[in-house]
Design a protein. Structure first.
Length: 208
């Protein structure tokens, strides 16, 4: 029989290895996600950008909604979001694995970044060319829309319908603000008219 101290050490190592096998993402993701939003042309910080962080849990099938947190950028354009407690192990109560955070970024009057994994800032071919990094903090540029772009069509990001409304209040308010601008100044649509019809072709009468 193993000595008590050796048994405790064995159980501790087994627990660490077990959690390591089921970890959904690296331990650093258990801390806050930090970033900075700047104006694409001037590189000046943008205050008041809504950041919606979303977590999905995946089992044998498709991912399902687990949790969401939203925040707003400060005067320096900085934001940070704390993940749910389950991110420390990567395992939620029903045995599903917690995926890394997905994110939606939006402010009225600017282009938006729709629902995408946080890791895409480094992995996506287009995004990684635009986004610079200060250590582990991405510097994310948003382009200011022209008045014509804002009134041509609604500028609203995709929000997964499974996310409860109480978890996305700030985002919904900002989207509504942008939509009101669209309704007030939208460009009139040209009426759709049918093409002119050719005159009927006269058919010769048959002689009896």
């Amino acid at each position: 029989m193993l000595p008590r101290s050796s048994l405790i050490l064995f159980i501790s190592l087994l627990l660490v290895l077990t959690l390591g096998c089921f970890r959904a993402f690296p331990a650093k993701s258990g801390g806050a996600y930090r970033g900075k939003i700047v104006e694409a042309e001037t590189r000046e910080p943008i205050e008041g950008v809504i950041i919606l962080g979303i977590w999905f849990a995946r089992g044998m099938g498709n991912g399902v909604y687990y949790d969401a947190h939203e925040t707003v950028t400060d005067k320096k354009g900085d934001f940070w979001i704390l993940p749910p407690a389950a991110s420390l192990t990567g395992i939620v109560l029903d045995g599903r694995l917690l995926e890394p955070m997905s994110i939606v970024i939006f402010k009225a009057g600017y282009e938006h970044l729709g629902l995408m994994p946080w890791d895409s800032f480094k992995e996506d071919t287009i995004l990684k060319e635009r986004i610079k990094w200060e250590g582990t903090k991405p510097i994310i540029p948003l382009r200011k829309l022209t008045p014509e772009e804002r009134t041509r069509k609604p500028n609203d990001p995709y929000i997964d319908s499974s996310i409860p409304k109480e978890k996305r209040k700030l985002m919904d308010q900002e989207i509504d603000k942008e939509y009101q601008v669209f309704l007030k100044h939208r460009q009139p649509q040209e009426p759709v008219t049918s093409p002119p019809q050719p005159p009927p072709v006269a058919t010769p009468t048959q002689s009896r």
